[in-house]
Design a protein around this ligand. Structure first.
Ligand SMILES: [Zn+2]
Length: 276
């Protein structure tokens, strides 16, 4: 098993990548407001962005943030995702890149995790859920599973048909960007912030250790350009909230204690082990 140090450890796991319209990370890249769906665009114009999940060990807790692509995206992507999701975000993946496989390289089985934390349930974050269903708890925001959110074409409920989710216990927090946060273990090490921006139940996660912290944005931000320049992505649930979320990420990124901003699709953060 992974040797636990006094430092917080982050393993950045790249579970393949996805071919998307340039308007997915930055809606300013195309004129049309639906450009991010890839409709009416040549597929040769797509860009490849990494799809990441993050293992974090802090103060004896072991968490997995998102699950990335399922291993089935390496073998039968169209059948696994369904045509429309496959069309909008075509996976590129090799066998062996899925989270269960990468956790095993750290000598960790899903049941050894403290919890899996979902930032939201888009396919590139949730299609691997079945691979870690033996984790003791799998968290999601209550709002993400609201019928009016989850019944849209954006989601595929098959990904969590065998999953018994636990909801984040959100409480009033005047310092949170949307006034709600969850102190997951009650010791301040893992703070989950409600951010209804990219989807109705999106969250961002801060991992704190010894006065320093790492911020996991989910799809609140795609890359440095998103938060440095407040560049709105293509898929958005609420535009004003998206802007608020990006301004909050920018503010956090500039704090002295910030050890890194980890966005799920940021090519700048390379796979591998980090400590802070
Ligand atoms: Zn995503």
């Amino acid at each position: 098993m992974l040797v636990m140090s006094d430092m917080a450890i982050i393993d950045v796991m790249k579970t393949g990548s996805t071919l998307v319209s340039p308007a997915v990370p930055d809606r300013g890249a195309r004129k049309s407001s639906i450009a991010y769906t890839g409709l009416f665009q040549r597929r040769s114009k797509r860009i490849e962005v990494p799809v990441k999940a993050f293992f974090v060990a802090v103060a004896g807790h072991r968490i997995l943030i998102d699950t990335g692509w399922s291993s089935e995206c390496a073998t039968r992507p169209r059948e696994h995702l369904g045509f429309s999701l496959w069309f909008a975000s075509e996976p590129v993946m090799a066998v062996g890149e899925s989270v269960d496989h990468q956790l095993r390289q750290l000598d960790i089985e899903p049941k050894d995790l403290s919890a899996v934390l979902m930032t939201h349930l888009d396919c590139d974050h949730a299609s691997g859920l079945h691979l870690v269903k033996d984790a003791p708890a799998i968290y999601v925001a209550r709002e993400e599973l609201d019928d009016k959110n989850i019944k849209s074409v954006r989601y595929n409920e098959d990904f969590w048909k065998d999953i018994d989710f636990t909801f984040y216990n959100m409480e009033q927090d005047n310092n949170a960007p949307f006034w709600k946060s969850c102190d997951l273990f009650g010791d301040g090490t893992v703070m989950v912030y409600f951010t209804p921006s990219h989807s109705a139940g999106s969250v961002a996660i801060e991992v704190n250790d010894g006065g320093r912290f790492a911020l996991f944005t989910g799809d609140n931000a795609y890359n440095r350009h998103s938060w440095e320049d407040i560049a709105l992505p293509g898929p958005i649930y609420n535009k004003d909230n998206m802007r608020t979320a990006l301004e909050w990420v920018q503010k956090e990124s500039r704090k002295e204690g910030c050890a890194g901003v980890y966005a799920a699709h940021d090519p700048e953060i390379k796979p591998g082990l980090y400590e802070f």
